[in-house]
Structure formats: structure tokens, C-alpha cells
Write a new protein. Sequence first.
Length: 599
Amino acid sequence: MTQGKEEEFERRALELVERHWKWIVLLVWLGFCAWFIFSKYNQIRWFGLGDTDDNLRMMQVRGLLHGQGWYDLRQHRLNPPLGANIHWSRLVDLPIAGLILGLRPFLGGPGAERWAVAIAPLLPYLLLLFSLALTARRLLGPTAYPLAFLALFFAASTNGMFQPERIDHHGWQLALLALSISAIADPHRLRGGLTLGISTALSLAIGLEMLIYLALAGVAMVLFWVDDADERERLRAYAVSLGGGTALAFLLFASNDNWNAVCDALSPVWLSDALIGSALMFALAWVSPGDWKRRLALAVGAGIIVAGFHALVWPHCLQRLEGVSPEVERLWLSHVKEARPVYRHGWRIATLIVAVPITGAIGWWLIIWRRRRDLETLRRVIGAAVPGLVASALLLWQVRTGPAAQMMAVVGCAAIIWFLLPRIWTSNSSVVRVLGAAVLFIVGAGAAVPSVLDWIPEPRPSLRDAQIGKANRLCGSMWGLRPVALQPKGIVMTFVDLGPRLITVTHHDSITGPYHRNGQQIADVMNFWRGSAEQAHALAAKYRADYVLSCPYSSTTTIFMAETPRGFYAQLQKGKVPDWLTPVALPKDSPFRMWKVTG
């Protein structure tokens, strides 16, 4: 009798999860939102835009709301009067600007900005959850998607891109990538092709960070067609929506600077590649010979045409897309942590980053094995799995692929629980059922590594590390920058990573931020601190700097002290201040040292 009631309860619960999945996704999203806001409330309260990109995004939105041209994305508060060349688009600015305008009548200007940057990152998270649910439902089963959400909870790198105040473009790119994966997994060919083309075009409009995975998705569409001529409907829909969507995205969102043949954003370079590739894919779908060998030959020929066109017409885009000079690479880019491979980070951080991708990779191979006899589903499984596996492998190149690798791994993590739980649950031993299910959920969700690491105490930070951490926190805080903001307006020569925060919360202008198109300014600022006092004087004069601002003991200063121990920063730290600088009185507990340029 009791067993019958339990089975009936289980049946109704699964029916509820299957039938009302959209409402469940919405409730899960609201739960994540509540948790994110609660955990980040102090940052929201103090306008804690912690990343340079978040601060600059805020400035781009302010510029738009204050009348700056739609296609003018130069940041005129950096390197005035020329401005800094920023390679972003306005697409991500729109929801933030809309939230500010909608909240301003109720909260006032500062309050509207404070809550707009808290809410805006949560919007793409709904798209992310919806897309992950679709992929899990399509490849695993209609009730499997909650397991993907469980794994997502432990994907810290992914969730970090959607936290309040995280208003740069990575959250939207991850959400659109998740939508692209769900489109590959879609058994409905027309809908899947259209969705993938549109999501790809929108992602390209935002930036090229997901280009490798989106290209693999395009290759999957072609290979689907090679394997099965009936897939021509999917390929045709993808070709039309990709070509048309990319052209429209370029016309609507490409900035004035991006109409040049630049490699790091949607420009004539990538637009022409997309249009030619789309035309060729449409032609392939139109012809569709019956023999798969002929389809393969045509596909290879089309790929050679696209690659040859790109190499011959845009040869300057065959190298790193940032296109920075060797000097900028040496002085700045080589020190950017997210551009380093995962094994160059501490073992604890590296382990936390790779735990979910490794678990997910095992799960994806399990899905492939379980679907091996269903060729149509197997095709979609492999197409959805490959981008995530590639992202995981790319962690050996740059750790910045971590959020994408974790996000695309969660369906694989869910698969481990989905396929193995029934085997455990049919055991006659209640101990095996309970303990086995608990272990399976912990391992399958990628929670094993964080759980174990919680029991391993972190080494106590050295005095130097504690000093660096304190300086990093205080130098970006509203409290720390308030005395700086009280000084008469001027152009401030400061660290590359401090420039965006300075212009966001004070009325001062600065020289540059960590944005690769402004390589000359980056090199000059780095050389200002690393060279002689005479060189620093010349560079201050070049940019008409009114102030020099230093944040002693912050992370940037460790580079100066390690590589140029006799440079200008080191001289200032030792009290050797040249006569062309006059100290500015700041509170004794200020994290900054500031001078006015007087000569």
C-alpha cells in the first residue's frame, strides 16, 4: 500500500516537472536572482562595479543617455580629447539604459544606476536557464533539466558572469551560446536552423569571444547535411538567418570604428565571411546531391572557398585578433591573468575551474554511448557536445574559456545522474539507494571537488598578500576614491586598470584602460611608471596630465617593483618626488598617494 502511494506520488511529481517546465524554469531563475542579490547586496549598495569592463560599460551607457551618438562608441573620458577606441557594440547597453530610464522616476539618478546594474546581469540568466533546460529535455529526457540546474549551481565561473554589478557583455554571450547549443540539439530542423543563425548573429554583434564555438556550430550544420540529405532544411534555415541576421546586426550595432577592416569585432571582415559562407551553405542545401560522398566534397570545397577568401582578402586577421604590438604584449597583455593557461594559476583555483568541465566531458561521452543506436539523436548529441569539449581543452590556452566550458558541461553533468540513478534506485538495499544516490548527486553535479576543498584549509596569506588584497579592495571603493573626487577636475595619470573606475565614480578624466585598441596609451602609461623621472615627465606632458595617482601595494605595483625596481613608481615609493610634482593632501588612511603636476 505504501509503495503504491510512493509510486503514485513519484509519477505525479514527474508529470508536474514535465508539463510545467517553463514555470519551473522561471521559479528557479527567481530563486537564483534572490540569492545573487542577497549575497551581493553590499556591492549593490556601494555601487561596487569590481571589474574594469563593468565600469566602462557604465560609462558607455551614460554616454548614450547623455546624447552621445549611437555609432560613436569612443570613450571620451579616456585620452581626451581624442577618446579611447572601444570595440564593443550598443546591444548590451540597451537593457541597462532601459532599466535606468524606467527606475529613475522612482529611485532618482544614483539609485536608478545602482539597481540597474544589479538587475541587468540577471536578465540573460533567464535565457541561459531556458536554453539549458531545452538542451537537457531534447537530449536526455523531458524531466532531466532540474539536474542541469543542480550542476549549474556549482559552476562558479559561469555564475560569476551573471552576478549583480557584472554588466559587461560576457553574460549575454554565454546565454546566447547556450541558446545556440539548444538549437543544435533541436529535433525540429527548421526551428533549430533559424534559432542557431539568429543567436549566432546576435552573439557576433556583441563580440567575437565565442567565435570558435559558433564556428563549430556552423560546421555541425554542414556535417548534419553531409550525413543526411534531409537535413538540408536545417542548413538552409541556418544559412538564411545567419547571413541576414549578421548583416542586420552590422548595420544596427557596428560602431563608426568598426566599419574599418578590424579583426576584433563584427566588421566588414567577419560580415563578408558570414555572407559568403551563408550563400555557399544555402547553395549546398539547394543542390543536395543524393550521394553523401558528393555532399562531403561540396562541403569541403565550400570550406576552402571561405578560408581562401579570408586569407587572401583579410590576411591581417590570420593572427591574434587583438593585434597588439610586441611592446604592449610584453608590458601589459602577458600580465593579464585571464589570458594565462589554467595550470599557471594556483592549484586550488585551477581545480575549481576544471572540476565541472571534466565531469561534464564524462557525461557527454555517456550520452554519446547511450544514444549510439539512434543516429539522428546521436548526430545532435555530438554537435552539442563538441563546443563544450573544445572549450574545456582551451583551458590549457587561456583560463578565460572557463565560464563557457563550465556552462556547456552542465548537461553532461546532468547525464551522469540521469543515466546512473535508475540503476542505483532499483537496488534492494536501502543503504545502497540512499548513500549511492547521495554520492551520485555530489559527483554528477560537480560538487565533489568544492566539497573536498572546503575541508582543506587555505594557507594563511602572507603579510604581503594581505597588503595587496587590502589595497585592491580599497583603491576601487567609493570611500577610497571620494577624497580624490573632491580635487578640482583634471586629467589623471594612473594605472591602466584603475582608469575605468576613476572616470566612473569621479569627475576626473584619465589616459586609458585595459582595452587593446589603445595600445600606444597602454604602453605609455606602463612606461610612465617603469621608466625614469624624466621619461615620466615627458609622458605627463604628452597627455596634459594634471595629476598623478598611485595606489601603493596594489597588484599592478608588484609588476613595477619586480621588473623595474629602479623605475619611477619605485622612486615615488621611496619618497624621491621630482620637483614637477606637488603632493596633494589626502586623509592619512587613504589607500592612494596623489600629486599635482606643477611643472
